[in-house]
Design a protein around this ligand. Structure first.
Ligand SMILES: Nc1ncnc2c1ncn2[C@@H]1O[C@H](COP(=O)(O)OP(=O)(O)O)[C@@H](O)[C@H]1O
Ligand SMILES: O=C(CO)[C@@H](O)[C@H](O)COP(=O)(O)O
Length: 481
């Protein structure tokens, strides 16, 4: 038996690049054991992963947790948002999942927006104007490009739903992740039958939306996992909503997450409805809202630039005249799905370290441009930015965010805030507490605060200028794949 003070819970983050599992003491928040296993994401024109690999990665990550995972009383899965998982009548994937960063459905996003009343309609109805990331556009893409796969589909799930269902045998989701589909009306908090009918998707194929605090099910058998049959399974949620829980986030505190995606968000009491589409009006996992802006190019894009230059990711030098828009995967914020990377200001004396710094600047610029938009008017604009995700561990990322935001930056010591948020949700099932309150009790946001420095307005202005002057180039696809 473990020496934990309270029952153990498991929190899982099944994100783009890997699955991470934490075994956590629900009394103290101490991480008793952890594991991580990688995923494979396709390259080329699309971004796809085999959902069965997520399950294998979950098993492997739990295996790494050792005996502690055998004692858990509750489990919860947080996961990458938006991915379209199509299952046949036996619950097997019909094809690989289409991921959030697959921009092939950009034409469908544009068309659906026009066909159903325009950006204002979508924002009022669903909270968001659909970009290529949203599940509804992927379903429309599948209908056009692989009708036989569509016909074979007997249920439609998001990544976290898929794993939860494999645990419980029941098709469930939650409001946080449902709000990123494009077929969940944030105005009524229900599936939107008009949108579903328009894209030819029967609501019968969709999972039940479990309420915050409700049990999604129990582990149906011990499979080849360490859990006992009957272990409680929480609703789970999308990874950003899970991290918001994991930080015990209160309205008005901004978060900047540096992972495969870059995201900036805050919890809000008011339902967001941004008709420009910059801010997605997601629901959070406990009854409030999570206005959020997301970039497709963050840590992977900057790491790719470092690799091309043969540099360590920390080997940056100040880049005063150089602009690099690192849109290697197309981009969502700003909405330029056809874009590719763009460099301006290259000279004979430009160094590799300056090029790398310019990539960091370009990636952070997109996120900070949306920061004020996700905050309510009454939010304290001098409060520290909470910096999370794998990139938050890097000095170059921390210093770039500090310089370009002009705000204090707090870096929580806890590393896996998505998995911790899922663990807090599982703990809340046992104690009846609000999961965000559990996370605050665990003091998960604790970490050093880096003082504010003067905002580097010159760099922000230069990047904005290049973006605007290069608008036509950035709309143009260079894709010969
Ligand atoms: N010490 C570090 N310094 C800077 N970046 C890091 C460090 N460790 C990991 N990363 C970055 O973190 C990224 C993974 O972040 P993570 O939040 O786990 O991604 P995701 O949840 O999207 O799978 C990697 O792409 C890597 O670039
Ligand atoms: O699309 C979004 C948010 O709208 C992304 O934030 C995904 O949820 C993927 O997250 P990571 O794997 O980068 O954590």
């Amino acid at each position: 038996m473990s020496a934990a003070e309270g029952p153990l819970v498991v929190g899982v983050d099944t994100s783009t690049q890997s699955t991470k599992a934490l075994v956590v003491d629900s009394a103290t928040g101490e991480v008793v054991a952890s594991g991580q296993a990688p995923h494979t994401v396709s390259s080329g024109a699309g971004r796809e992963s085999d959902p069965r690999q997520w399950w294998d990665a979950l098993r492997e990550a739990l295996h790494q947790c050792g005996d502690a995972a055998r004692e858990v009383a509750a489990v919860s899965i947080g996961g990458q948002q938006h991915g379209l998982v199509t299952l046949d009548g036996r619950g097997e994937p019909v094809r690989p999942a289409l991921l959030w960063n697959d921009v092939r459905s950009a034409p469908q996003a544009r068309r659906l927006t026009e066909e159903l009343g325009g950006a204002k309609f979508w924002a009022e109805r669903t909270g968001s104007v659909p970009a290529a990331s949203f599940t509804v556009t992927k379903w429309a893409w599948l209908a056009e490009n692989e009708p036989e796969a569509l016909r074979a589909t007997k249920s439609v799930r998001l990544p976290h739903d898929y794993l939860t269902e494999r645990l419980t045998g029941e098709g469930t989701t939650d409001r946080g992740d449902a709000s990123g589909t494009g077929w969940w009306a944030s105005a009524t908090e229900a599936y939107d039958e008009e949108i579903l009918a328009h894209v030819g998707l029967s609501p019968a194929l969709l999972p039940r939306v479990v309420r915050p605090g409700e049990v999604a099910g129990t582990v149906r058998d011990s499979h080849d996992l360490p859990f006992a049959k009957g272990t409680l399974v929480a609703p789970g949620t999308g990874d950003n909503a899970a991290a918001a829980l994991g930080l015990g986030l209160r309205p008005g505190t901004p978060v900047l997450s540096l992972g495969t995606s870059g995201t900036v968000y805050a919890v809000a009491k008011h339902r967001p409805t941004d008709p420009t589409g910059t801010v997605a009006g997601f629901a959070d996992a406990h009854g409030d809202w999570l206005p959020l802006a997301c970039t497709l190019n963050c840590t992977l894009a900057v790491d790719r630039v470092a690799a091309l230059l043969g540099l360590d990711r920390e080997a940056v030098e100040p880049a005063e005249h150089l602009t690099l828009l690192p849109y290697l995967d197309g981009e969502r914020t700003p909405n330029l799905p056809n874009a590719s990377g763009l460099l301006h200001g290259l000279r004979h004396d430009t160094t590799a370290g300056q090029l790398l710094q310019a990539a960091y600047d370009g990636a952070v610029h997109s996120l900070l441009g949306a920061l004020d938009l996700v905050l309510d008017e009454d939010a304290d604009r001098s409060a520290p930015l909470l910096l999370i995700g794998g990139g938050a561990r890097g000095d170059a990322w921390q210093q770039t965010v500090r310089r370009l935001s002009g705000r204090p930056v707090q870096v929580p010591e806890a590393r896996e805030l998505v998995a911790l948020g899922a663990a807090a949700q599982a703990a809340g099932l046992l104690t009846g507490e609000d999961p965000a309150a559990v996370a605050r009790r665990w003091d998960t946001a604790r970490g050093p605060v880096l003082d504010a420095v003067d905002r580097d307005e010159a760099t922000l202005g230069r990047i904005a200028g290049v973006l605007s002057d290069a608008a036509a180039l950035l709309e143009r696809s260079t894709d010969a794949r």
